[in-house]
Design a protein around this ligand. Structure first.
Ligand SMILES: NC(=O)c1ccc[n+]([C@@H]2O[C@H](COP(=O)([O-])OP(=O)(O)OC[C@H]3O[C@@H](n4cnc5c(N)ncnc54)[C@H](O)[C@@H]3O)[C@@H](O)[C@H]2O)c1
Length: 360
């Protein structure tokens, strides 16, 4: 099968790793044929790494979309610029593999959704943490059913970003709702993924403590109810001064009918069962091994989809339900009210002209 030609929007930051690590195992299936980044230095570095000629390197994404013939594009630039890239791709009917979140505002997410659905385009949003061994192992225990029905989920992300600039790109210390938009979008998706349902209602608050280095909110405490009756609670903090549950080391505990399943920063998935006169019994689960993990797995899914294979889990239809939780959380905090997430998603689908029961 011919290699798929990829136009890459973003050359530095995480895009640097996309080009050097995430695409590397798939180079027999993909060719990067164009590269855009506003930063000339990283454009030159990544362009040289790829061996791209000068006429395939662009500082304006509009020029890249106009000049490069590609089978799909990859978007790895800050969320505030995702819509601009998607708009170009939609105009060219070019399938899209985009980093999370879909966009930095709910309005932009809805417009992207409507544009992509209107053009009948394939768009996948990166939810790499679904395909990480501890999460795959945890989900397998739940799906296996040996613990019975799921009752509720407790999720925790905690990282010490108290020093300005310590959370990678500077924009994360500058934008509003930073922890929700850049962080919780992964954890809310994980709650849907583990809970096996979509969020119906969500309430709680985000805030920024006086000593935070960020301009936006770095703390979040939320409670939610999924449409299958599963409840969940989320603690997210970018000012963690105590125990850390950083990226890949998040804490998830799922309380079920016949026991609980837990993963913490040591990555070992443990099943806990209490009772039967034997107190608490703890069993360590064998980690699930897969050929590809995280971004490498996401790219594999996307290429398979383009080749006519199965649709991935995180299509834009599905991911709208995760990103809606982020913007519901912002609204809940601003209004001190519980937000009807399901109604938000239904309205976005109706605005996009997507009928009930269609499009996932
Ligand atoms: N899935 C994950 O685990 C994960 C991890 C980190 C970041 N991300 C996502 O990746 C995306 C990029 O994040 P980052 O940390 O790499 O950000 P970043 O600020 O480092 O930017 C990445 C690159 O985009 C370029 N850029 C900025 N504006 C641009 C524009 N208008 N046109 C072209 N290029 C532009 C920058 O110069 C930089 O080289 C975000 O959506 C972020 O949420 C995902």
């Amino acid at each position: 099968m011919a290699k798929k030609r990829c136009l890459m929007i973003g050359a530095g930051g995480l895009a640097r790793r996309w080009l050097r690590e995430f695409y590397a195992p798939h180079m027999e299936r993909v060719e990067i044929v164009g590269l855009a980044d506003v930063n000339e230095e990283v454009l030159a570095q990544s362009g040289d790494f790829l061996g791209l000629p000068a006429n395939r390197r662009f500082t304006r994404m509009a020029d890249a979309f106009a000049a490069v013939e590609a089978d799909f594009c990859t978007i790895v630039i800050p969320p505030a610029f995702h819509q601009e890239a998607v708009t170009h791709a939609v105009a060219l009917k070019m399938p899209i593999l985009s980093e999370k979140p879909i966009a930095d505002t709910w309005q932009a997410c809805k417009e992207i959704y409507a544009a992509v659905k209107g053009a009948d385009l394939k768009m996948q949003v990166v939810q790499n943490y679904r395909y990480y061994t501890p999460m795959l192992t945890l989900r397998d225990v739940l799906r296996g059913g040996e613990l019975g029905r799921i009752n509720y989920i407790v999720a925790r992300f905690a990282k010490d970003y108290r020093v300005y600039g310590s959370w990678g790109a500077i924009f994360r210390h500058e934008i509003q709702h930073s922890l929700l938009i850049e962080g919780a979008v992964h954890h809310f998706d994980a709650i849907r993924n583990l809970g096996g349902g979509d969020c119906q209602f969500l309430g709680g608050w985000e805030w920024n403590p006086a000593w935070s280095s960020s301009k936006g909110q770095f703390n979040a405490l939320y409670t939610m109810k999924l449409d299958n009756g599963v409840h969940a609670t989320y603690e997210g903090t970018g000012t963690a001064a105590g125990k850390q549950n950083i990226w890949h080391d998040e804490y998830y505990r799922v309380e079920c009918e016949g026991g609980a399943v837990v993963v913490d920063s040591d990555h070992t998935v443990r099943v806990e069962r209490f009772g039967g006169g034997r107190g608490l019994r703890v069993e360590e689960m064998i980690p699930i091994e897969v050929r590809y993990q995280e971004h490498v797995a996401v790219i594999d899914q996307f290429l398979t989809w383009l080749d006519g294979g199965a649709a991935p889990e995180a299509t834009i239809d599905d991911n709208l339900k995760s990103v809606a939780m982020v913007f519901a959380a912002i609204e809940a905090s601003q209004t001190d009210q519980t937000v009807d997430v399901a109604a938000m998603v239904a309205a976005a689908r109706a605005e996009a002209g997507v009928a009930d029961g269609q499009g996932g």
